[in-house]
Design a protein around this ligand. Structure first.
Ligand code: NAP
Length: 246
C-alpha cells in the first residue's frame, strides 16, 4: 500500500478556495494528483490565480462562484463542475466566515448568517455530491471545523455553535456512509495566519504555546492525510500549536 496519497484521476471540490486555508488545500490536492474545482464567493481574481497554480502543477482546474449557504447555488455549482471537470470524488467543506461579536452585540442576523455559511453549507454541499460518491462506493469528505468547536475561541458563541455543529454532522454522516466507502472527517485548526485572523485576532499569537500562528499549508497537510486514509472516519484532528488538546 502506498503510504503517501496518490490522488491521480480523482476530482476534488474545495469550497472557499480563493484564499487562505482553502487555497492551500486546493494546491496540496493538486500536488497529490487531483484535479480541482476552486469555489469562491466574490474574489474572482484570487480564485483564478489559485486555478492557474493548480494548472501549473499539471492538473486540471476550474473556478466556480457560488454562495455555499444557498441550496440553489450549490446544486448549480455541482452540476456546473460535473459537466466541465467531472463529478466530485473529494469534497472539502472549507468556506466559512468569522464575524467577531460579543454576547451583547450579536444579532439574530449575525447568528443566522454564521450558521448558514459555516454549518448549513456542509449539509448542502454534502447532499449535492453524495449521489456520485455512493454510486462508485468511494468518496472523501473533510470538513474544516475550528478549535472553537470545543474551546472558547475569540470570535463568538455563534461561531462556536456553527463549528460544534460541523463536528456533529461529520460524525452523523460518517456513521451512515462508512459502508459505502465514504469517509467523513473534520480538521480543527486554531489560529492560522489568513485574512480571517489578520482581520481581528492578530494579537492572539501570544496565546499559542508554540509561539507563532499556524500556516495554511500545515492545515492542508492534515486534510491530504485524511483523504489518503480509508480506515479513519468520523474523527476530528486538531492542530493548534499546543493551545488545545482533544
Ligand atoms: P478566509 O481567509 O477569510 O477565506 C474564506 C474563504 O471562504 C474565501 O475563499 C471566501 O471566498 C470563502 N467564502 C466565504 N463565504 C462564502 C460563501 N458564502 N460561499 C462560498 N465561499 C465563501 O478564511 P480562512 O482563515 O482561510 O478560513 C477557512 C476555514 O477555516 C473557515 O471555515 C474557517 O472558519 C476555518 N478556520 C480558520 C481558522 C484560522 O485561524 N484562520 C481557524 C479555525 C478554523 P471569497 O474570497 O470570494 O470571499
Amino acid at each position: 500500500m502506498p503510504l503517501l496519497p496518490d490522488l491521480t484521476g480523482r476530482i476534488a471540490l474545495v469550497t472557499g478556495a480563493s484564499r487562505g486555508i482553502g487555497a492551500a488545500i486546493a494546491l496540496a490536492l493538486a500536488e497529490a494528483g487531483a484535479d480541482v474545482a476552486v469555489n469562491y464567493r466574490q474574489r474572482f481574481a484570487e480564485a483564478e490565480s489559485v486555478a492557474a497554480s493548480v494548472t501549473a502543477i499539471g492538473r486540471r482546474a476550474i473556478t466556480i462562484a457560488a454562495d455555499v449557504s444557498d441550496s440553489t447555488a450549490v446544486a448549480a455549482m455541482v452540476a456546473n463542475m460535473t459537466s466541465r471537470l467531472g463529478a466530485p470524488d473529494i469534497l472539502v467543506n472549507n468556506a466559512g466566515i468569522a464575524l467577531i461579536r460579543g454576547i451583547d452585540d450579536l444579532t439574530e442576523a449575525d447568528f443566522d448568517q454564521t450558521i448558514a455559511v459555516n454549518l448549513k453549507s456542509v449539509f448542502l454541499c454534502t447532499h449535492a455530491v453524495l449521489p456520485h460518491m455512493r454510486a462508485q462506493n468511494w468518496g472523501r469528505i473533510v470538513n474544516i471545523s475550528s478549535g472553537a468547536a470545543r474551546g472558547a475561541g475569540g470570535v463568538g458563541l455563534h461561531y462556536n455553535a456553527s463549528k460544534a455543529g460541523v463536528e456533529g454532522v461529520t460524525r452523523g454522516y460518517a456513521a451512515r456512509l462508512v459502508k459505502q466507502g465514504i469517509t467523513v472527517n473534520a480538521v480543527a485548526p486554531s489560529l492560522i495566519e489568513t485574512d480571517m485572523v489578520k482581520a481581528g485576532l492578530a494579537s492572539s499569537a501570544a496565546r499559542i504555546p508554540l509561539g507563532r500562528f499556524g500556516t495554511s499549508e500545515e492545515v492542508a497537510q492534515v486534510v491530504v492525510m485524511l483523504i489518503g486514509n480509508a480506515y479513519m472516519t468520523g474523527q476530528t484532528v486538531a492542530l493548534s500549536g499546543g493551545m488545545a488538546f482533544n
